[in-house]
Design a protein around this ligand. Structure first.
Ligand SMILES: [Zn+2]
Length: 272
């Protein structure tokens, strides 16, 4: 397994994929440790839209971005709505959403860019962070796959947007499916089961049955669509870490029963 956690300053942790070339990108998934927020956002909540104090979230963002060598003022982040819109980010968007939810990139669940030193950030509590890296054309993508985005193939659509905008080829594209709720914990009802069966008619294995209950394997559903898009299997890394099983370490919407903080996935291209 190539996903690992590294402790940096204090109690700040970086979840990273060892398959991502360090000379090309800086990336990390945050944990809930080492921040300022009080319960139920304790403590490194990075989401501005969940009811936490703005002051604490901005302090948390400063701590986490500093640990990566970034400035908060440079981050680009969207208002995520469980859709499948992909936004092409460039220098003109620098800072959008970094300190204010109102100027975030509107209604978008994936960002792509080929601009170096421009950190992209998405927020999560159980939904699947998907990183994409074009190692040949130097471009990156970051997507948010909850069940809706996953069944709408947002990971594959993000790759296709990179292909269209940056000439990304499947064989040059690395993918990382980061910590999120696993099939161990993600119990679903009949309507989601049916939506999955319709979206992935050839992959009944994505629905796992246990003790008369049904669970959705979001990790495999995201991997399957990247394989369909042509990415070689060896290019796709799955962290295999469940945020709900590890809710003392990550924010988990399911484990918290609703109100909780957000971890973030962050990635930026390095200068050539
Ligand atoms: Zn679990």
């Amino acid at each position: 397994m190539s996903y690992f956690l590294r402790r940096v300053d204090g109690n700040i942790w970086h979840g990273q994929f060892s398959s991502f070339p360090e000379d090309l990108v800086t990336h990390a998934v945050s944990t809930r440790l080492g921040g300022h927020s009080a319960k139920p956002f304790d403590s490194l909540n990075l989401g501005l839209h969940v009811g936490d104090s703005e002051e604490n979230v901005l302090a948390n963002r400063r701590i986490f971005m500093r640990s990566l060598g970034f400035r908060v003022e440079d981050i680009v982040t969207p208002n995520q709505i469980h859709g499948d819109k992909i936004f092409v980010v460039d220098e003109s968007h620098r800072g959008r959403g970094s300190q204010n939810y109102s100027d975030a990139i509107p209604e978008t669940d994936a960002l792509i860019t080929n601009t170096p030193s421009l950190p992209l950030m998405l927020c999560f509590a159980d939904c699947v962070p998907i990183f994409l890296i074009d190692v040949e054309n130097r471009a990156i993508g970051l997507a948010h796959g909850g069940w809706k985005g996953t069944l709408n193939r947002i990971a594959a659509k993000t790759f296709h947007a990179m292909a269209e905008n940056f000439g990304t080829r499947a064989e040059d594209c690395l993918a990382g499916i980061a910590p999120s709720i696993g099939a161990c914990c993600y119990e679903i009802g009949e309507s989601v089961r049916e939506a999955c069966a319709n979206a992935f008619p050839n992959n009944p294995e994505l629905i796992v049955e246990r003790d008369g209950k049904k669970f959705l394997d979001l990790w495999s559903a995201n991997k399957v669509q990247l394989l369909e898009a042509g990415l070689p299997e060896e290019n796709i890394d799955v962290a295999g870490e469940c945020t709900c099983c590890n809710a003392n370490f990550y924010f988990s919407y399911r484990a918290a029963g609703g109100t909780t903080g957000r971890i973030a996935a962050v990635i930026a291209l390095k200068e050539d």
